[in-house]
Design a protein around this ligand. Structure first.
Ligand code: 5RP
Length: 228
């Protein structure tokens, strides 16, 4: 079995009849959406999905999952989502797939945020391997990029595969910020978000409840350490 599928399959075991389930974005979360669709058919359970992107919404509907929204479902039982990096405290970098704003909004209403990754995503510190995605409004892109650079990163406006500027589900752009490392993600998350023109950034601090990590040898599950 594909290792991403193995992580997704483990997470879907936690989905039960009657639950409201946040549906993540990216290839691993998409695998989970397909498996939830299959589970609904084979076990006859009822699940309401809350999307984290227009892509996850489309896929879920195609899989026959009944979809709802946050205004009707203020509490989500469980969200299954992917991540781009996971540090030892289960803090995350997300947003290489461009869906970080909806993902953070959905996570904030979720009781159990379950992250599914293969072990290439596990790092010692955040931004070890990937840049930090920051969603910005189109107005004054250069100014916003300069202010981001003053925090110690090299900002790069994201370009889509068609060569045009990348546009999110919210009609915004993304600046990918290359940091050497981020040692205090909580502080950096709020410093970035205090820049005018920034919508949100891909640091998810204290959000993940469980991280399911798969590799060729199997699965391990990490739980967020209790804050003391
Ligand atoms: C999208 C994300 C995804 O969760 C992240 O990019 C992981 O994707 P994949 O499972 O394809 O590696 O943050 O905004």
């Amino acid at each position: 079995m594909d290792i991403k599928e193995a992580a997704a399959r483990e997470a879907v075991k936690y989905v039960e009849d009657g639950m409201v389930v946040g549906l993540g974005s990216g290839s691993t979360a998409s695998m989970a959406i397909k498996l939830i669709g299959q589970k609904i058919k084979t076990e006859g359970i009822m699940v309401t999905g809350i999307p984290t992107s227009s892509a996850s919404d489309l896929l879920a509907r195609a899989m026959g999952i009944k979809m709802g929204d946050l205004d009707d479902h203020r509490e989500i039982d469980i969200t299954i989502d992917g991540a781009d990096e996971v540090d030892p405290r289960l803090n995350l970098v997300k947003g290489l797939g461009g869906a970080l704003v909806w993902e953070k909004v959905v996570a904030a209403s979720t009781r159990v945020e379950m992250i599914v990754v293969d072990d290439s995503k596990v790092v010692e510190y955040l931004c070890q391997k990937v840049p930090l995605p920051v969603e910005i409004i189109r107005f004054a892109r250069e100014t916003t990029a300069r202010r981001l650079a003053s925090l110690g990163c090299v900002p790069k406006l994201r370009i889509a595969e068609d060569g045009e500027l990348y546009v999110t589900d919210n009609g915004n752009n993304i600046i990918d910020c290359r940091f050497n490392r981020i040692d205090d993600p909580k502080s950096m998350e709020s410093r970035i978000n205090s820049i005018p023109g920034v919508v949100d950034n891909g640091l998810f601090v204290g959000v993940a409840s469980k991280v399911i990590i798969s590799n060729q040898d199997g699965i391990r599950i990490l739980e967020r350490p209790v804050q003391g």
